[in-house]
Design a protein around this ligand. Structure first.
Ligand code: IMP
Ligand code: MG
Length: 178
């Protein structure tokens, strides 16, 4: 499908499944090289990153662990500016090589607010890995170490990303039509 309708809005195809999978495989290969022998701990940020985290993690061939936290800051197609920790971290990060997996960095508020809690636990290293980054939307600086796609400041959905709860179950990513 090249367009979909959701909550009265029209979305057009933007990043097709094959392109997403290709980039994610490349990224996993890079991480396999960079973290060989380091037993990294991936922290995936729910809900939006569940498909990205799943596909990336399947291509990680080195010894690695994964755990999940749930942060929320969005309502509809704009950020609420409030970051809520709905499910917190239950793993000790001391001396661990941590890789945070996020679906998208938009304003940067979510990770900017949450990262100090992770640094406080004194991990050996901490890197940020994102599927999508909207550089033109930045309000809070977040150091991004790995990124699959830099995209324009347009609302997107699919492949885990939602619009008011719906649209996550698409293999492709769509953007709001002009
Ligand atoms: P930030 O705090 O503004 O960087 O926004 C981060 C969170 O908002 C992401 O983890 C997403 O869950 C959500 N988000 C940001 N932009 C979009 C979008 O275009 N579509 C769907 N969700 C988004
Ligand atoms: Mg998210």
């Amino acid at each position: 499908m090249s367009t979909i309708q959701l909550h009265g809005k029209s979305f057009e195809i933007f990043l097709p499944e094959a392109l997403l999978q290709e980039k994610i495989s490349e990224l996993a290969a890079q991480i396999n090289t960079d973290y060989a022998g380091k037993k990294p701990l991936f922290i995936a940020v729910l809900n939006g990153s569940f498909m990205f985290a799943s596909d990336l993690f399947k291509s990680i061939t080195i010894e690695a662990e994964i755990c999940f936290i749930k942060l929320a800051s969005y309502k509809g197609t704009t950020s609420t500016g409030q970051v809520i920790t709905a499910i917190g971290l239950d793993v000790d990060l001391t001396n661990r090589h941590v890789i945070v997996l996020e679906d998208i960095i938009d304003t940067g508020k979510t990770l900017h607010t949450f990262l100090p809690q992770l640094y406080n636990q004194q991990p050996e290293s901490l890197k940020i890995c994102v599927l999508l980054h909207k550089p033109d939307a930045t309000l809070f600086e977040v150091p991004i170490d790995y990124c699959c796609f830099s995209i324009p400041n347009k609302f997107v959905l699919g492949y885990g990303l939602d619009y008011d709860g719906y649209g996550r179950n698409s293999k492709d990513i769509y953007k709001l039509a002009e």
